[in-house]
Design a protein. Sequence first.
Length: 638
Amino acid sequence: MIEKIDAAISGMSHEAIQRQVPDGSFRFCYESGLMTDAYMIFVLRTLLIHDEDLIQALAERILSLQEPAGVWKLFHDEEEGNLSATLEAYYALLASGVVKETDERISTARQFILAKGGMNQCSLITQAMLALTGQYPWPAHLRFPLEFLLLPASMPVNFYEFAGFARAHLLPVMLASDKTFSIKSTMTPDISYLDVDSAMDADSATHRHMRSLHDLLHASVDSLQQFFQNLKEFPQKLHEHAVATAKQYMLERIETDGTFYGYASSTYLLIYAWLSLGYPKEHDVIRKAIRGLRTLAFPAGTTIHIQNTTSTVWDTALLTYALQEAGMSERSPIIRNAGRYLQSSQHNRPGDWKIHNPDGKPGGWGFSDANTMNPDVDDTSAALRAIRSQGIIAGSAKHAFERGNGWLISMQNDDGGWPAFEKNTDSPILGSIAVDGTKNVLIDPSSVDLTGRTLDYLGSIGHSGKEPMIEKGVRWLLAHQEPNGSWYGRWGVCYIYGTWAAVTGLRAVGVDKNHPALQKALRWLLHIQNADGGWGESCKSDQVRKFVSLGSSTPSQTAWAVDALVAILDEPVNELDRGIRRLTGFAEQNESDWRITYPTGAGLPGNFYTHYHSYRYIWPMLALAHYKKKYQYERRAK
């Protein structure tokens, strides 16, 4: 067994370090579905930018993802097909010119779209893009009052009660929809025939709740306008001020690479919002945005994929730690260079997180290498662990470590858990409206995975359950365990992910392995193990909010389960050893196997999932290293 573990670790380490570039970072693709590729085609055609090589490569990737039945899916086991993905693919392929409407590959997709209700039933962001490009009338539930931006923080609902990633996508839509703006070019195809019934509002649960949000924001703004109703010309002045505020908000959050908040999806919306303000297509903001979007292009075989953002900081931090856990010396040039890169990526200026955390001082890390103002708890704990594991906490590294620790601890929510981006952004009003997946983007409450991994890190540097901060975190985790013993993870798929984060976090701060919650988690993990020894969970889990077996095993989910078992068990049992054998087997599998490429990163339930190309190395390497370190050592000691 140990020989196979050593061989697997050696092989994964060798492959992973080939991705290190001269600046010390590790570069892997952060791959999602086809949305970002399709939207890049829409934008290029709107702006009449004739980058035909890029458009051809993007179209070829979209075609390569088409199912034999003629539809597109977000993940392998999604039944039938995904309406929004299929509609976006259809539109993008026609816009690219690579296929014609008479092409059999496209006609089957058209039949599926019409059968599923057309544009009227697709996702909110798809509807927004269709409206922006003149294919679909602006739906009422996507037309929010701009004056909402001006409501003070004292109001129960205000702009900053939304999560930062929600604001980045909502604001451009608010600005463009305020003018019911749309734009077509000579290169834009007409697919308005896919609007089955434009006179009828969509009746999905998500759209109904977005209409509730629309009504709530309008009611909040109405109360403000009524207060000033006796002031002559005030409504117009108020609206002009709201437009100016929206414009300034966007300008202040454009990253140095030209992207808005570092995301491709919000940058596409920014471009259309800027056009809606009357700026020309050649404006500097738009030109820089296109340049930033191009930097997100990543080779995907013989094609190109536009990543929604890069995962460079995340991958580098995790891999730096995993390689050391697997035996690589902290004095290795590979580790030293990665450490220097991480220190250079630490944030030095306040971001929107400061609004709800005014006493916090800058010192966190972001997910992307282009991110300078939007740090998150997960990347910060990962970077801190990587820096500390190098054993060089002195000089500049010590200063970086202390600043990062201070920021991370300051981000603990009042309820005891940790959020992703912004503290105490868990509005009960928005939470009551934001259901059916929209809750995952409108607010940023404490989550199991963020809380568990933060406790895991804090435990590794000596914090224990006797401290009030840790005690609160432990209580929050224990209170959020599911009746079956699992925990739900927000940023991964899904219950295996959350259970692993909770278990390892609780154990790291001293919760006894015999604690009823941990024993219940152990029984659940053993119960859902696959016949091949591994673990696998479907992306459907986050849509129905209960565990759905994938029926097959994936590398990252198997590694998470194995690592959780290692954290609980004093001695390996048969089920754990079967999991280890499955992990070593993954090291020999080809990247083309769908189980290897199955998305285990979560973004928005039913809409956005990610396949981290780094995960097949990071998590199996860590789980195998932890197994070897714990059990081989203990056996030698006996």
